[in-house]
Write a new protein. Structure first.
Length: 332
């Protein structure tokens, strides 16, 4: 089995981007440790940690019992006593099992210590539909924790984003929940492993355009870019933004884009109510949207994700749905 290595500007998969980022940070800082279910000998349920146990050993790549609140709580203890733990949660849907640690402990610890303690802790959670895993293993969950002051929430929408965001999160002195998408593990992209790490809390403009702004996360970033290609063939130029950070939201970048395009479409693989899309529209509206601009949200229907492949596929927003929403706002 090959050991993960760093090679600048190479085409790698989303899965390998995660593994390479983990390996790089484990090499760079002996305080970094990695723990979770089946991450060691099994190489991770989605093979994002293959080779790490062999290189770094069981003291730094730690297989845990199936007890999310227990090992996430243990990671908090590690973080406040000088270590930089990275925790893997096999499915986003299991994050509520660590509810006390995630809600009542980790986000509040630095505040309750009066700033005397930092919490350099990363929780990687694997989410998303498209794999037909059923309703208890298919949520993205990116908005579940946006109401937790003190917890940063990031979403990886491409291999380059997965690599950069994970390394930036590990180096951050505040706790970060990083959501990955299981439907993207085989996606390939040219990733510059020597590029500067992305700024915490900063969205990324992936495609410029003057007719409509499309903001997306996770798999919806890829589908928004596909929609932009479809729209370009019709003479509509869409600006596509990978939100990257659900908390904090980069309102400034998105507002500047809307001032250029006058139109906004949200693309999210979640129910719209209570999500980052609804929050984003609310904050922008309070600052004043362009005259006669009515935002559109392309979201999941308000019912659980079905196990049936055709029903799941129909529920997850497609590039066609995103393009149609963009056409609608342009024609208004």
């Amino acid at each position: 089995m090959s050991t993960p290595t760093e090679v600048a500007a190479t085409e790698i998969t989303y899965r390998d981007a995660i593994r390479t980022a983990l390996a790089a940070e484990l090499r760079a800082d002996p305080a970094v440790v990695f723990l979770g279910e089946d991450i060691g000998g099994a190489g991770g349920s989605f093979k994002t940690s293959e080779g790490l146990l062999e290189e770094f050993g069981p003291d730094r790549v730690i297989d845990t019992p199936i007890s999310e609140n227990g090992f996430v709580g243990a990671a908090l203890g590690m973080a406040v006593t000088g270590m930089r733990p990275v925790v893997e949660i096999m499915f986003v849907d299991f994050l509520p099992s660590a509810g006390d640690a995630m809600i009542n402990e980790i986000p509040k610890f630095r505040f309750m210590s009066g700033g005397q303690a930092t919490v350099p802790l990363v929780i990687r959670a694997i989410g998303g539909a498209t794999g037909h895993f059923g309703t208890q293993h298919s949520a993205t969950g990116e908005s579940w924790f946006q109401q937790m002051p003190g917890l940063l929430v990031a979403t990886a929408g491409s291999p380059a984003s997965a690599y950069g965001l994970l390394r930036a999160a590990i180096r951050c002195n505040d706790p970060v929940l990083l959501i990955e998408h299981k439907g993207m593990f085989a996606r390939k992209e040219l990733v510059d492993l020597d590029a500067p790490l992305p700024e915490v809390g900063k969205a990324a403009i992936l495609r410029s355009g003057g007719d409509v702004t499309i903001v997306a996360t996770l798999l919806m970033v890829e589908r928004a870019l596909q929609a932009a290609d479809m729209l370009a063939a019709e003479g509509i130029e869409a600006e596509v933004i990978d939100l990257r950070w659900v908390a904090p939201l980069d309102i400034a970048t998105i507002r500047e884009s809307i001032l250029r395009t006058d139109r906004l479409v949200i693309a999210e693989e979640q129910v719209h109510a209570g999500g980052w899309g609804a929050t984003l529209i609310s904050l922008l509206a309070q600052e004043g949207l362009p005259e006669n601009s009515i935002p559109r949200a392309v979201s999941m229907p308000n019912y659980p994700i079905a196990f049936s492949p055709p029903l799941e596929d129909a529920a997850v927003p497609s590039a066609d749905r995103i393009a149609e929403a963009a056409r609608a706002v342009v024609r208004e």
